[in-house]
Design a protein around this ligand. Structure first.
Ligand SMILES: Cc1cc2nc3c(=O)[nH]c(=O)nc-3n(C[C@H](O)[C@H](O)[C@H](O)COP(=O)(O)O)c2cc1C
Length: 308
């Protein structure tokens, strides 16, 4: 199985601009979709369920008739006390793509599929991929080593190959994908979609500080540290932003530091993936997608030439 028909509508490049806590808002989603890639956001980026509903209404009103589909991310975990209320709004508005994190629950999957929505679930281990497949998800997002946010540590080749052995749904690859060549490589490895987060932080529509974007431009892969210290679950952060917040990256604990509310921590300690070394600018989302598309086409041509 490749890309479900409902998600092929308006799609010009097999890319999902991935959901990012605090960073993805309506402007980024609308620009992504109107320029032919799937735009997504976490429902928790709005403080209330009513606010989340307002965002859905706004996004739908700003999408062009030929726009790509959009999606929303729900954290399926008992720490998310808004899950059921947010999910009801998702169903009411028939959001085309639902991205679930942490828990893959068959009832949630069925509820979304009942109105024709698709569910992609993100995983960082093969065991979690198996559980999500059993819950009936349409796609698996393989969060490989080097990804921004809560990331895994498994090599992407190993992860794709192991998951393909038992899963014939849509495969979405995540982790340090920054260029159109990277998108082509992901497809060549057997993925159906490339899932890109960090690259979209450096767009004019992202809700990110200029200093955050500048730090991404100044960083390389070795300036990223994988640690549970900020959110309890291992995630990738820029070393410089840990230092700027008085945290010594050389003596990080193996547990969550007491930093108060999680949102506050993510606002000042900036997450990014290993792909930072390929990001040298901040540009409008439309221009970024145009560049990714050109690079993707060139990579395909170059590959054909190499094969001869
Ligand atoms: C700042 C930041 C916040 C993120 N927040 C979320 C989130 O709320 N929900 C989610 O499913 N993934 C979240 N992610 C993970 C991304 O959706 C995606 O898996 C990751 O960015 C892909 O790797 P890349 O950044 O190397 O492209 C976040 C990533 C970053 C960088």
């Amino acid at each position: 199985m490749a890309i479900p028909a409902s998600l092929q509508k308006g799609l010009k490049l097999p890319v999902i601009s991935s959901p990012m806590f605090l960073v993805s808002g309506t402007d980024l989603v609308v620009e992504a979709c109107n320029n032919g890639v799937i735009g997504t956001f976490p429902s928790l980026n709005q403080r209330t369920t009513e606010g989340y509903r307002d965002w859905l209404i706004e996004i739908k009103s700003r999408l062009k008739p030929d726009a790509a589909a959009f999606g929303v991310n729900h954290i399926v975990h008992n720490t998310n006390d808004r899950l059921m209320a947010d999910l009801a709004v998702t169903i009411e508005h028939e959001v085309p793509l639902v991205i679930t994190s942490l828990g893959a629950v068959a009832d949630v999957v069925k509820a979304v599929q009942s109105y024709g929505g698709k569910v992609f679930h993100d995983i960082a281990t093969v065991r979690h991929a198996q559980k999500a497949a059993e819950a009936g998800v349409d796609g698996l997002i393989l969060v490989a080593g080097g990804a921004g946010g809560h990331a895994g540590i498994i090599n992407p080749f190993a992860l794709v190959n192991e998951v393909r052995r038992f899963f014939d749904g849509t495969i979405i690859l995540a982790g340090a994908l920054s260029t159109g060549q990277d998108v082509a490589a992901a497809l060549m490895m057997g993925a159906d979609f490339a899932y890109m987060g960090t690259r979209f932080i450096n767009t004019t529509e992202a809700q990110a500080d200029a200093a955050y974007q500048a730090m991404i431009i100044d960083s390389g892969a070795t300036d990223i540290v994988h640690t549970p210290a900020v959110s309890g679950i291992p995630a990738n952060f820029m070393v410089k932003s840990l230092i700027d917040n008085g945290i010594d990256p050389k003596s990080l604990p193996s547990h969550k530091l007491d930093m108060g509310e999680e949102a506050k921590a993510w606002k000042t300690i900036w997450s990014a993936g290993h792909g930072v070394g390929s990001i040298h600018d901040v540009l409008p989302t439309a221009k970024l997608i145009e560049r990714l598309t050109d690079e993707f086409s060139q990579a395909c041509l170059d590959f054909d030439t190499k094969r001869r």
